[in-house]
Design a protein around this ligand. Sequence first.
Ligand SMILES: [Zn+2]
Length: 452
Amino acid sequence: MRKLFLLMLMLCCLAFSAVASAAQVTDVKWGVDKDNMLRFVVDLTDAATYKVDVQDKLMTLTVDAALKDGVAKSSKTRSTIASVMKVEPAGNKTLIKIPLSRELKADEYKSFTLRKDPQTKRPARIVLDITAEKRIAPASVATTNKSSASTEKAGVTISNKPSAKVASDTAVVGSKPVTNTRKKPPGVGTAPATVNASVSAPSVNLSLGGGSSEESEKDRKKKEKERKKAEKERLKKEKEAKKKAKKNKGKIDANKVGYLTDGGIEGKVITIDPGHGGSDPGAVGARGTLEKDITLEISLRLKEELEEKGAIVRMTRSTDKEVAGPGASDVDELQARINVAERYKSDLFVSVHINSSVNKKVGGFSAYYFPKTKFDTKIAKSIHDELTENFGRDNLGLREANFYVIKRCSMPATLLELCFISNKKEEKLMRGNWFQNKTAKLIADGIENYFK
Ligand SMILES: [Zn+2]
């Protein structure tokens, strides 16, 4: 159980806690990519815990692993934020000291870990990115950086949207479909911050006018509301009828070969994988929130959303359990999740996770893909765009990653990290219905767009 827990943490959660390890640091590489992001990669014999400290103009990465003999102790690079790094042994720890040209803000660097991959013979790694001097790409998507020697190709874009502060409270306004029939006082018409694509806000002019024009305005408004209501009823009935029809022919074609990528979402087979479960809680928040519970809640809602759109949905788990059963090896557990997708000849595999970081200030969305087909990037981008464009949370970018579940399945896949459990505000947010419903809806919309 501990082993599984460990692996899952390494796999997708950046938080490490109290993991004893006899790991060794075998190499420390660093370099600047074409967008001027400075990246450090620490190679390890095994996973190890670490911390990042920034004191004035000195950044220190402390790795809980001894430094192996022969690792370069000092080297230089062409970066505007740091030009030299020193690697020092400190008992059974290794210190990587980076003098900076200026002080860094919390959102100007980040770190994560990559697990050992026996297939590609890549070691366990700790990655530290300093994005302070990074040139931000115009689009919200950073694609693969084919940067020279680096074996990591995770394109990372951080755009701190000014709307980030809109978060939990005010954004609620925009999330609700326009079913609110409560009358607003004139002149206080707050248009939804985010307008639902299918239900546009009524274009009622709420400016203060004279008595008579206000009367006719009221009538017009009332009629408009009735019309909308009737339209909504009609759509609802249509949806229900569709759903029924789907249920009957929702059987998966036994002769199907390969996966489908276009022609609309109807009839497409989608496997949803709620991250972690059973003995593996995933990341844990300060209030005791467990990642496995939130991923399951969102996934179950996502299933409903997708079925309403006519998709056929399969779940790797729909209760709090391990997919491979208790006591299975870590790889068997992950493979069991893929097996569900393969068994049902899925067109798509979507793994739902919640992120975590040692840096409690970090928050926002990221979507991971492994480019085994050209559609992996497409699905990750399609969902990520929906989430980042409609939420007041940070956009941490599309990222390429070697994760087992998205790499080893035959169909296009993405692994979503929906905000940070380590961020107080986001932890509170993700416990609520509003967040869970809204993420589910947006993910479903992203999937629908993908199949268009
Ligand atoms: Zn996770």
